[in-house]
Design a protein around this ligand. Structure first.
Ligand code: ZN
Ligand code: ZN
Length: 78
């Protein structure tokens, strides 16, 4: 997969991670590793808790990978 943000600049860069919020691939330059505190639960719930597929038990306080636009949006919500 190619980095979505790089694609906007007409570059093709291989991704090194996947944004946990929008699911887009991001390269080294465009990813943000952040420990997402309180909000993490809500995101996990929204993204994963769809009926029987709920994976809430698997939540761990690990660094999550975000793309830059999602990181910006998240910071604004704090
Ligand atoms: Zn990139
Ligand atoms: Zn994202």
């Amino acid at each position: 997969m190619k980095c979505f943000e790089c694609a906007k600049e007409n570059k093709t860069t291989d991704t090194v991670g996947i944004c946990i919020i929008c699911g887009r691939g991001v390269c080294m330059d465009h990813l943000v590793r952040e420990k997402i505190p309180v909000l993490e639960g809500e995101y996990e719930v929204r993204l994963k808790c769809m009926g029987d597929a709920c994976e809430l038990k698997n939540i761990q306080p690990l660094l999550k990978i975000l793309c830059k636009p999602c990181h910006e949006a998240l910071k604004e919500n704090f």
